[in-house]
Design a protein around this ligand. Structure first.
Ligand SMILES: Nc1ncnc2c1ncn2[C@@H]1O[C@H](COP(=O)(O)OP(=O)(O)OP(=O)(O)O)[C@@H](O)[C@H]1O
Ligand SMILES: [Mg+2]
Length: 392
């Protein structure tokens, strides 16, 4: 969708902001560009919507060489959320959001209708916020308006330059989550600039880690964290990359232990005897379709007790679907002070698959890091970028 071929940008004063960049961003892919201040991220973005022209090399959008496309037409295909939001202070939220439709010559009513729809989409009730001015919004709300405005003309490509940079970490995380949900719906091709590795890992399908004007590594978040291609990248992602990696490593079926299992309608005496024989202190309780019901402690039962497991089963406080990130499992264990977490198959409406224990969680993390360290060759960096529109 977006392709950079040997792109170099030298400014008039001789600064090489971007040096021989080549990469590709697939349609519907979200690529984060991450790196320290001044490494060329904004320059990369602005070349996509021709706010800046490259000194050498070519940029292609959907196969078209963008240097042959009229910049105004080009920008219609590209939504642009700029660093520091950049809302027009003397225009209302609704007018700000309708900027692009307005520039495109849409009828006023249609533009406002679309703007209202988008404000709704980013979680701002247009009847409450539509007539306010930017200064009457919180930082997070302003950022949301910036995103709504970029989506107004429904461009296939979105360039986002530190769109959540100006808000505190809590609001930022909320905006990130909202944006991920939104992206799952609208599936734009996105280039997303940030200097925050956590944000890059969280949002990116792939991450381009920038050094000075160059991409040091272009890979999935798991690979960047698990197998940094260079010492620079290792340093940049940080010593706690193992922890960060928890959030991008999914629980797999082979990570699970199989604990003793009893069924709701099993006679209690028989269940108790089995647990004793196996030396187990608890068992997972399943219903007739092998779906997770809860658990039962061995000492809650007595060999002489009458009835079935059903009367003594306890509710399961927490469980996770297969494929959930290890970080979620870890957090759940801490939250419930639990020694294990039940894992179910979401596809089959909750069939019980096994339990994850702290020891197995650690193994899973270890294995996923080792696998990458062995298999992943130093990336032949093919970069990918997105395009954008300017709205002002
Ligand atoms: N118009 C310009 N003339 C000369 N040098 C420039 C110009 N614009 C940017 N630069 C330089 O190019 C380099 C890359 O700038 P760029 O804005 O792309 O960085 P960035 O990665 O977006 O940084 P930040 O995270 O601070 O936004 C920097 O060294 C910057 O000083
Ligand atoms: Mg920048």
């Amino acid at each position: 969708m977006i392709r950079f071929e040997h792109v170099t940008k030298r400014y008039a004063d001789g600064t090489t902001a971007v040096d021989d960049l080549s990469f590709e961003v697939a349609e519907g892919e979200l690529v984060t560009l991450v790196g320290p201040s001044g490494c060329g991220k904004t320059t990369t973005m602005k070349m996509v919507n021709r706010l800046i022209e490259p000194t050498e090399g070519g940029i292609f959008l959907d196969g078209d060489d963008i240097s042959t496309i009229d910049p105004v037409r080009l920008r219609r295909r590209i939504g642009y959320v700029i660093q520091q939001v950049g809302l027009f202070p003397h225009r209302t939220v609704l007018e700000n959001t309708a900027t692009v439709p307005h520039l495109l010559g849409w009828k006023r009513g249609k533009g406002r209708e679309r703007a209202a729809e988008l404000l709704d989409l980013v979680g701002l009730d247009p009847s409450v916020y539509g007539d306010r001015y930017p200064e009457q919004l919180s930082g997070g709300q302003r950022q949301r308006v910036g995103v709504a405005r970029a989506l107004a003309a429904d461009p296939p490509v979105l360039l986002m330059d530190e769109p959540f940079g100006a808000v505190d970490p809590v609001v930022r995380e909320r905006l990130q989550n909202e944006f991920l949900k939104l992206q799952a719906q609208v599936r734009k091709t996105v280039l997303f600039v940030t200097h925050d590795i956590e944000e890059a890992v969280r949002l990116g399908d792939r991450i381009a880690v920038y050094g000075q004007g160059r991409i040091e590594q272009f890979d999935s978040p798991a690979t960047v964290l698990g197998a940094p291609a260079t010492p620079y990248v290792a340093d940049f992602v940080g010593a706690d990359r193992g922890l960060k990696r928890l959030s991008v490593t999914p629980i797999e079926e082979s990570d699970l232990d199989q604990p003793p299992v009893v069924h709701l309608d099993d006679p209690l005496a028989a269940a108790t005897e089995r647990l004793r024989a196996e030396g187990a202190r608890w068992a997972v309780v399943l219903d007739g379709r092998d779906n997770l019901h809860g658990w039962i402690p061995a000492d809650a039962t007595a060999a002489t007790a009458k009835g079935t497991v059903r009367e003594h089963a306890r509710r399961m406080e927490s469980w996770l679907p297969l494929g959930a990130p290890l970080k979620q499992a870890f957090a759940t264990m801490l939250q419930h002070d639990a020694g294990w977490i039940a894992v179910i198959d979401k596809e089959s409406e909750g069939r019980f698959l096994g339990v994850l224990t702290p020891a197995r969680l650690h193994e899973a993390l270890r294995r996923s890091i080792d696998a990458d360290a062995q298999d992943v060759p130093r990336a032949e960096v093919a970069v990918e970028t997105v395009a954008s529109i300017t709205t002002a």
